[in-house]
Design a protein around this ligand. Structure first.
Ligand code: SAM
Length: 246
C-alpha cells in the first residue's frame, strides 16, 4: 500500500514556497501547481523524454471519446489530455483545483471547457458523465478514496473510469536504473527546464511512495469501482487502470 513518508518533507514545505510535503495539504499542492503552470507541459515532455505523449495516446484510446459521450477529466492541469478527448468529438469538461493550471490551460486551449474544482467534491450532478478520467492527478490528491468515490458518484451506471498514473516498473534491473535516473537526472533536468525545481523533488518522492499496480486496483475496488483491470506502459513506469460503475 501507499507509504506515507514523512522524511524531512514537512520541514521542506516550511522552507519553500514551492513544493508540497508527502503529507500533502491541499493548499500546498494547489500552490505548487500554480507555480509550475507556465512551463508544466514543456517540463513534462523533457523529464519523460517525450514518453508522456505516447502515454497520453494510449490513455486517449482507453477513454474512447467520441461524439455523444460526456467525459470529465479530473485534475486536468493545463488540459493536455482533455484537449485530445474534445478533438475526438466528446463533450468534455476539465476540472482542476489549481487556478494557475486552469488559467494556463485556457491560454493553450481556447474554447476548451476548463473549470476550477476539487476532485474530492466535484461540482457536478450525480451520474452526469459516461467516462471519468484522471491522468497523473490521483497521486497528488490528498484523499485518494474521497476522489475515487466522488468520481464514481458523477459517473453514469455502466460508465467507466480511466486512471493513468506513475507506477512501479516490473523488471527489477529496469526499476533500479529508473529510480537512479530519478534521483540523479531529474534534479538536473528540472533545474534547467522548470521554473520550480523543488516541486520536481516532490514529484520523484511522490512517485516512489505511490501504490503498486495491484494495490491501486484494490483501492479502486474499495471505492466502489468494479471489473478493475490495469495494463503497464513502458514496463510499468506508468500504469493504466480501468474500471466500471455497475
Ligand atoms: C501532475 S498534474 C497532472 C495534470 C494533467 N492531468 C496532465 O495529465 O498533465 C496533477 C494535477 O492534479 C491537480 N490536483 C491535485 N489535487 C487535486 C484535487 N484535490 N482536486 C483537483 N485537482 C487536483 C493539480 O492541481 C495538478 O494540476
Amino acid at each position: 500500500m501507499k507509504r506515507t513518508l514523512s522524511l524531512s518533507a514537512q520541514t521542506e514545505v516550511e522552507n519553500s514556497q514551492h513544493r508540497a510535503s508527502l503529507e500533502k495539504k491541499p493548499h500546498d499542492v494547489s500552490k505548487m501547481f500554480d507555480d509550475v503552470a507556465q512551463h508544466y507541459d514543456l517540463t513534462n515532455t523533457v523529464l519523460t523524454g517525450g514518453l508522456v505523449h505516447v502515454w497520453r495516446k494510449v490513455t486517449r484510446e482507453a477513454v474512447g471519446a467520441r461524439v455523444g459521450l460526456k467525459v470529465l477529466d479530473v485534475a486536468c492541469g493545463t488540459g493536455a489530455s482533455a484537449a485530445g478527448y474534445a478533438a475526438d468529438g466528446a463533450d468534455v469538461i476539465g476540472c482542476d483545483f489549481s487556478p494557475g493550471m486552469i488559467a494556463r490551460g485556457r491560454e493553450l486551449h481556447p474554447g476548451l471547457d476548463l473549470r476550477v474544482g476539487d476532485a474530492t467534491a466535484l461540482p457536478f450532478a450525480d451520474e452526469a458523465f459516461d467516462v471519468v478520467t484522471i491522468s497523473y492527478g490521483l497521486r497528488n490528491v490528498v484523499d485518494t478514496q474521497a476522489a475515487l468515490r466522488d468520481m464514481l458518484r458523477v459517473t453514469k451506471r455502466g460508465g467507466k473510469i480511466v486512471v493513468a498514473e506513475f507506477s512501479q516498473p516490473t523488471n527489477p534491473l529496469f526499476r533500479a536504473t529508473y529510480f537512479e535516473f530519478m534521483r540523479l537526472g531529474m534534479p538536473l533536468l528540472s533545474t534547467i527546464f522548470s521554473s520550480d525545481a523543488p516541486a520536481y523533488d516532490y514529484l520523484r518522492e511522490s512517485i516512489q511512495a505511490w501504490h503498486s499496480q495491484k494495490d491501486l486496483a484494490a483501492v479502486m475496488h474499495e471505492a466502489g469501482w468494479r471489473s478493475v483491470e490495469y495494463k503497464n506502459l513502458t514496463n510499468g513506469i506508468v500504469a493504466l487502470h480501468r474500471a466500471i460503475r455497475k
